[in-house]
Design a protein around this ligand. Sequence first.
Ligand SMILES: C[S@@+](CC[C@H](N)C(=O)[O-])C[C@H]1O[C@@H](n2cnc3c(N)ncnc32)[C@H](O)[C@@H]1O
Length: 287
Amino acid sequence: MTLPAVDERNADQIAYWNGEGGQHWTEQQQVQDLVLAPVLDILIDRAKIKPGERIVDIGCGCGASTFVLAQKTGSSGHVTGLDISSPMLGRARELTPPGAPIDFVLADATVYDFKSLSADLLFSRFGVMFFGDPTASFTNMRNALRPNGRLVFACWRTPRDNPMFMLPLQEAYKHVPKLPEVKPDDPGPFAFASDERVKRILTGAGFASIAIERADLMFDIATGRGLDAAMETATSIGPASRAIADQPPALANAAIESIRAALAARLTGNQVPLAGSIWIVTAANGG
Ligand SMILES: C[S@@+](CC[C@H](N)C(=O)[O-])C[C@H]1O[C@@H](n2cnc3c(N)ncnc32)[C@H](O)[C@@H]1O
C-alpha cells in the first residue's frame, strides 16, 4: 500500500511509522493498548458520543480507539480511522469486529481531503503531535467537522512530567550515548507539551472554546504480568528503546540491567506503576 498525497514536512514521520516505529507498535499493540487504556477511558468520557454520530479518529494506529468509538456510535453512526502507517492500519483491519461501522484510510492528515465527511467529532489518542506544520494540519482536519462539530484529543505533557518514559531513559543514559537533541516544538511525542502552544495552534487553525485539562495518571507498564513484562515494554517502545537500539551489546546489556534494577524497585505485586501526565484537549469547530 502506498500513501497518496503527503506533506513533505511529514516525510521523516511517515518513514518512521512505516518503518521501525510502526513495526514496534504493531508487535506491541496488545500491551500498548492495555498500558494506555486509562487515557482512552478519559477521552471517551470527555467525547460524550451519542449513537449515530460520525467520527474521525486521527492517527488511529492499530485501531483500539476506533473500535471503542464504533461501539459508542453504533450501527447508525460511522468511524473513519485515518493513519499514515501501513503496518499499523494492517493490524487495525485484522482486528476490526465483523460489521463494525468503520473504514480505515491510509492518508496524511495534513493534506487528506476531509471535506465530504461532515463529522460530529474529530478524535485522537496521541496521534496529532507528529505534524511538520501543526497549524496547517489542524486547519485541514477542521474541514472534517460539520459546523459546531467538536475536537477531543490527548497528548503528552513534558518529558519531566512523564517518568514512565524518562525513568528507563535516564537509566539507559548511565551506559549509552544520549539520543540526538529534540527541540520542544519538533514533531514527536512531546511536541504538544506546552499548553500555550496547543492553544496557539488550535486558535490559528480556527477552533473555538478551547479547553486544556491536565490529567496525571499511573500507567502499569507491566500490565499485571511482572518485571519481565515491564522490561519488554520499557525496552521495545519509547525513548529508552531508541537509545539502546544499535548500541554495542556490552553497553546495551548494561543499560538493560540498570533499567531492570530501577523497575524492580517499583514492582508492586505483578505491577510496575509509573507516573505519566497528559493534556486532554477539547475544542469546537469555530465556523
Ligand atoms: C503514538 S501513535 C498512536 C496510535 C494510536 N492512536 C494509539 O493510541 O494507539 C501515533 C500515530 O499517529 C500516526 N500519525 C503520525 N503522523 C500522522 C499524519 N500526518 N497523518 C495521520 N497519522 C499520523 C502514526 O502513524 C501513529 O499511528
